[in-house]
Design a protein around this ligand. Sequence first.
Ligand SMILES: C[S@@+](CC[C@H](N)C(=O)[O-])C[C@H]1O[C@@H](n2cnc3c(N)ncnc32)[C@H](O)[C@@H]1O
Length: 261
Amino acid sequence: MEPRTQQSKQAAKYESLSELLPGQAFIFMNHGFANLEGTDCISWLNESDRKYVYNVQLLIQALAGTEPRNKDILEVGCGRGGNCAILSRYFSPRRVVGVDVSSAGINLCTRVNSESMVTFIAGSAMSLPFDAGSFDVVLNIESSHCYPNRQDFYEEAYRVLRPGGRLCYADCLPPVRLDVITRALAHTGFILRETRDITQNVAESIKRRDQIHRELLLGAASSDEGRKSAVSIANSVRHRTFNNYRSRRAVYFIWYAQRPN
Ligand SMILES: C[S@@+](CC[C@H](N)C(=O)[O-])C[C@H]1O[C@@H](n2cnc3c(N)ncnc32)[C@H](O)[C@@H]1O
């Protein structure tokens, strides 16, 4: 399939999801991260954000120690704006920009987020609409598996980062792709600071947050068709996706890479 066709298919899938599930509390579209030892609790989360605890834990893991304060941050594949919202609400960045190929998703993000330091722009990960050296951090969570050409994304992330800037990157993949991705990041010029396998944490998160995930999905639906999609997505994640991680037919990794100074 032509890369452009594949990209418009992905966009169409997420466009229709925004129409079927227009509700504003469903702001994350990732599987989250559960602590295998200890509890899932972030003391500084406001009561109204506690339902997102697993997603916020994944964001913190993906940041891998990067301090967002006073930084210019770009999230590529920002979905419904959850990561951008949490970054702006709790981490005092200088500026957060979310970019996504789905314009319906971008409209939803803009409607829901009122923080002045956050902006959302429709655009492709493989041709980012920003000048070279515009950001300190590029964040990418559970999105790159949709791209017809990941290498173009890595090159774009490298281009828009300032020297010393960080790519905070998390995604699912078939295990055989691991070496290819690691090599591609190095080939682009990134210094790979850390690679972590978080498959078990993600599988556990899917199990623990199943009920709240269903409630958020159903709460976002505004029609019978939307409710049917909500139930189908929740069941597919809880069973098919969970089993893929359990059996390691799919794995979930974090890469923490840096553009050299
Ligand atoms: C599973 S969602 C993850 C959203 C968000 N990162 C999160 O953690 O909630 C994947 C997102 O990637 C976006 N996406 C897919 N292909 C893209 C592309 N070529 N360029 C930019 N975004 C893309 C989709 O529209 C979707 O919003």
